[in-house]
Ligand binder design. Structure first.
Ligand SMILES: [Zn+2]
Length: 143
């Protein structure tokens, strides 16, 4: 069963969690409720009214929508997430995530890594891709 992946962050210590099973009970860290990371939708033609960003660090200028690009192969079984690393500072925490019909996959992107992150799925279907950057927040690409 497909579930949209949810991520939460502690504003105090910076812990980030990805939810596997959501019972609806609020999650706490540092004695406060964790905040859901709301993604900015990158490919606006598919943008969803319910997922408008509340990020205070959103990209406002010409760089908008350029931080990452996503390409899915014609068979839909592999996907490349291409990160524009010029957005990242040496201390940026960055990872890419793909949400699939049956779950998801995540890969960290380190400073010296290739800007191209590849994922492959077997017996599954790619629904969306995310990029998180500690400088700019969470971005989402919907297929
Ligand atoms: Zn915390």
């Amino acid at each position: 069963m497909f579930r949209t992946q949810k991520f939460y962050m502690c504003k105090d210590c910076g812990n980030i969690i990805g939810v596997i099973n959501n019972t609806g009970i609020p999650m706490y860290c540092c004695r406060q409720e964790m905040e859901e990371l709301t993604p900015q939708i990158i490919n606006s033609k598919n943008s969803n009214q319910n997922e408008k960003s509340n990020s205070t660090h959103s990209l406002k200028n010409t760089h908008e929508n350029n931080i990452f690009k996503v390409g899915k192969t014609i068979d839909g079984k592999s996907i490349s997430v291409i990160v524009d690393k010029s957005y990242l500072t040496p201390n940026s925490i960055c990872w890419a995530y793909i949400n699939t019909k049956k779950g998801g996959q995540r890969k960290n992107i380190l400073k010296n890594d290739s800007p191209v992150v590849n994922f492959k799925v077997v017996d599954d279907e790619i629904i969306s891709a995310y990029l998180y950057c500690s400088e700019h927040g969470l971005f989402k690409w919907i297929f």
